[in-house]
Write a protein that binds this ligand. Structure first.
Ligand SMILES: Cc1cc2nc3c(=O)[nH]c(=O)nc-3n(C[C@H](O)[C@H](O)[C@H](O)COP(=O)(O)OP(=O)(O)OC[C@H]3O[C@@H](n4cnc5c(N)ncnc54)[C@H](O)[C@@H]3O)c2cc1C
Length: 316
């Protein structure tokens, strides 16, 4: 039986999430002819970014182009169904799970699955600075590995006063022509100040009033003092689970707020796997949060799931 013949299942698995982790998990499962349903609510973490970087063969590809190519590949696998609908609940049901979809209508009746892959990603909350949000993903970013090189030879700011500012400023030392930490009225630890000064990083302590787009990148206006023109800036976003399923299923969580998985993507609840930014092993302090690692973890979780079902169906 292929998935399209039985729109509500039972599926071997429901993959919740259509980012790189979920797309790759579905590809791996499709290649093994597993009845797979992928649900995608269309809220991608890198949606604000025009291009994605640091992914070999895809360096500079627009994220939407990457997703479209992945969807086209999935369409060639008969046992994979993709639906653009949000899952609203994942409920243990007998030996498997019932996944409820959006509002319960005939078109969104719950589906049944033996297993579930959660690949629902993380949601970023930016510092509350007027003008920051429209710049996020282009001029403002969180990760120098993803968006540092594009600022080569430019004046780059690092926003914040926590310990992350030295790390980010130091990561940029071979890339930026000039670096300035914008403490935004926060207290900089004297040790951090000394380290920044030793490395030639300027510090502005005044509260940031506003950011606005400029020809160079952005103009930073302060409560006091002259504006600062920057080519780009790095911010520390707070992140949390985009979807409530981890908490509702009672999955073990890590201090980062991500789901704890074993090296193969298994969570603390049998039959529930997790991949991508939302999960990592306890050996890591936080998710690696990149497209390539998210896709890789989707592949690993899918292969583990496939193997676990095999063991159930063919006990030794
Ligand atoms: C601004 C920005 C720029 C970035 N640039 C880069 C870069 O250049 N290179 C790089 O490698 N990484 C980059 N990243 C990181 C990268 O975006 C993430 O690591 C990656 O997207 C994680 O993939 P994921 O599949 O775990 O989650 P996501 O890509 O966030 O996908 C989550 C999926 O889950 C779905 N979902 C959530 N809840 C539900 C639900 N209830 N029902 C159905 N579906 C649901 C969403 O709709 C989405 O399809 C960037 C991040 C940000 C914030």
């Amino acid at each position: 039986m292929s998935a399209p013949d039985a729109p509500n299942g039972p599926f071997d698995t429901v993959v919740i999430g259509g980012g790189p982790a979920g797309l790759q998990a579905a590809l791996t499962l499709g290649r093994m002819h597993r009845r797979t349903l992928l649900l995608d609510s269309g809220e991608y973490r890198n949606a604000p970014a025009e291009h994605m970087h640091n992914f070999v063969t895809h360096d500079g590809t627009p994220p939407a182009e990457f997703r479209a190519a992945a969807r086209a590949e999935l369409a060639t696998y008969a046992t994979v169904t993709v639906r653009e609908v949000a899952a609203s609940a994942v409920v243990p049901d007998g030996e498997g799970f019932r996944v409820e979809l959006g509002v319960d209508t005939a078109a969104t009746a719950p589906v049944a699955a033996r297993t579930v892959v959660l690949a629902t990603g993380m949601r970023d909350t930016l510092p509350a600075i007027p003008g920051l949000e429209p710049l996020f993903g282009t001029v403002a970013a969180v990760c120098p590995y993803c968006h540092g090189h594009e600022l080569s030879g430019r004046h780059v700011a690092v926003l914040g006063s926590g310990p992350h500012v030295t790390r980010v400023a130091f990561l940029l030392e071979r890339i930026a022509s000039r670096r300035t930490v914008l403490a935004d009225g926060g207290e900089l630890d004297p040790g951090i100040r000394a380290q920044l000064a030793d490395a030639g990083v300027a510090i502005r302590t005044e509260p940031v009033k506003e950011l606005s787009p400029s020809a160079a990148g952005a103009t930073v206006s302060f409560a006091d003092g002259p504006d600062e023109e920057v080519g780009g800036l790095f911010v520390a976003a707070e992140f949390g689970q985009r979807a409530p399923f981890a908490e509702r299923l009672g999955l073990d969580l890590l201090p980062s707020g991500a789901v704890e998985v074993d090296a193969m993507g298994r969570t603390s609840v049998p039959g529930v796997f997790a991949a991508g930014d939302m999960a990592h092993t306890s050996a890591m302090p936080m998710p690696l949060a990149s497209v390539l690692t998210a896709a890789a973890s989707g592949l690993i979780a899918a292969a583990a799931l496939d193997g676990d079902l095999l063991a159930l169906d063919h006990p030794s």
